[in-house]
Design a protein around this ligand. Structure first.
Ligand code: ARG
Length: 457
């Protein structure tokens, strides 16, 4: 059944129908489509374009369709082209004549833009909620690990000691930005395209401000051609999702490394691991690997829609129907990744002893040994050279800086005194890093308070 059969004399070719249809995936927009129609007809009646009786019949019919889709009695059947045709055809089947008046002053072009915008808006808010839940998990880990020492890395080489709270706190910051990005794009997309018609508005005296208000928008859009041709909101959402996926992927990569036999910093809970069909000893970090792997398809969605949009002249063109499947897939994927990652993090155990041992080796306190010399009057460049010699000496003997005797220290530089041990101890190395944003527990505690405040506000 076609909305546009009037002008046509031949039946549609079956393959054409299948290629053209979108009901198989845009059925997901049924609720937005019905809510949009209810607002539209409410406005039509307010403006005297349809009667109040027709309005009531249409709203009653639409609510019936909504209920029947949700309770499963109304099935999506293949003959309809898209969700808009499906709802309208059903409405007319149910209530007769008045159903045919619903589409007055409207086109599927502004209708689909509205549905997709409302869906993106809702999903952005839901995903921001999931990011927040993950942040709660991270914040708890931070609070519990202010003094869990571990090596901080640059170039994958042990660099300076940090704490687990500090390392996890870096991801907290990333997810905070992700959350604010989602809130920010919702603000920008929140203008209602309904009333743009096919592309040039309509001659009916619509009240666009009223429908915008009924549907919770900040106001109506200001150019009818842009309203039906704009998919920036899809691109911005997919871009925000790509950044979330990238952050999850980096974190997953670290978890995979930390969970490896060589590191053993963490143990992923059995519930979030899988075994091998051949090697009985294996417990694999599949969830982290899949989260890392799925990043590719989220980026793919972004690149696909950017590419689709780049050659589309104004205003609506059917290419834009391609925005849906990939957006839906990226949304589903990121939501699942966020939920699973949060679950994996909240059940993972941290092997604090192994982390601390690892921080003790690899000369993560070499900078602090140099700082010790500087504090005793040695210029930093000279101090750097002296500690370089200490490190060479230790590598040769297979020991850590802390294992050297005072005589050995003094053989390389007589500036060293008994208090050097205290100065280069792990505890001192971390505690002395008190600049805002550094791992020192005292300052970290303040940062955590601020993080809590941000989550609660
Ligand atoms: N299924 C279409 C889409 O998703 C709806 C808009 C159809 N408009 C049109 N003029 N054919 O883009």
């Amino acid at each position: 059944m076609k909305l546009w059969g009037g002008r046509f004399t031949k039946e549609e070719n079956q393959l054409v129908h299948e290629f053209n249809e979108s009901l198989s995936f845009d059925r997901r927009l049924y609720r937005q489509d019905i809510e949009g129609s209810i607002a539209h007809v409410t406005m039509l009646a307010k403006q005297g374009i349809v009667t109040e009786e027709d309005r009531d019949a249409i709203i009653g019919g639409l609510k019936g369709i909504l209920a029947d889709i949700e309770n499963g009695t109304l099935k999506f059947t293949k003959e309809h082209e898209d969700i808009h045709s499906f709802v309208e055809a059903n409405l007319t089947e149910r209530i007769g004549e008045p159903g045919k008046r619903l589409h007055t002053g409207r086109s599927r072009n502004d209708q689909v833009a509205l549905d997709m915008k409302m869906y993106c808006r809702e999903q952005a808010e839901e995903i921001a909620g999931l990011v927040k839940e993950l942040e709660q998990v991270l914040l708890t880990t931070m609070e519990e690990n202010l003094e869990t020492y571990m090596p901080g890395f640059t170039h994958m080489q042990k660099a300076q000691p940090v704490t687990l709270a500090h390392h996890v706190g870096a991801y907290f910051e990333m997810f905070e930005r992700d959350r604010s990005r989602l809130q920010d794009i919702v603000k920008r997309m929140n203008y209602c395209p309904l009333g743009a018609g096919a592309l040039a508005g309509t001659t009916y005296p619509l009240d666009r401000g009223y429908t915008a208000e009924l549907l919770g928008f900040s106001g109506p859009t200001l150019n009818s051609m842009d309203s039906v041709a704009d998919r920036d909101y899809v691109i911005e959402l997919l871009s925000a999702l790509s950044t979330i996926a990238m952050h999850l992927s980096r974190f997953s990569e670290e978890i995979i490394i930390w969970n490896s036999n060589e590191y053993q910093f963490v143990e992923i809970d059995d519930a979030y691991s899988t075994g091998s069909s051949i090697m009985p000893q294996k417990k694999n970090p599949d969830i982290a690997e899949l989260v890392r792997g799925k990043t590719g398809r989220v980026y793919g969605a972004l690149v696909a829609i950017l590419t689709t949009m780049k050659g589309i002249p104004l205003a609506y063109n059917k290419d834009m129907q391609e925005d849906k499947e990939l957006t839906f897939d990226a949304i589903d994927t990121v939501k699942n990744c966020l939920k699973l990652f949060a679950g994996m993090m909240s059940t993972m155990s941290f092997r604090k002893d192994v982390m601390e041992q690892s921080a003790r080796h690899g000369f993560t306190n070499a900078t602090d040994a140099a700082d010790y010399l500087v504090n005793h009057g040695v210029p930093f460049r000279d101090a750097h050279g002296i500690v370089g010699q200490l490190v060479l000496y230790c590598i040769d003997k297979g020991i850590a800086l802390d294992d050297m005797t005072l005589a050995e220290f003094r053989a390389i530089s007589p500036v060293f005194q008994e208090d050097v041990y205290e100065a280069i101890s792990m505890k001192t190395c971390v505690e002395k890093r008190m600049t805002l944003g550094a791992p020192g527990p005292e300052v970290m505690r303040k940062v955590i308070e601020e993080c809590r405040r941000r989550l609660d506000s």
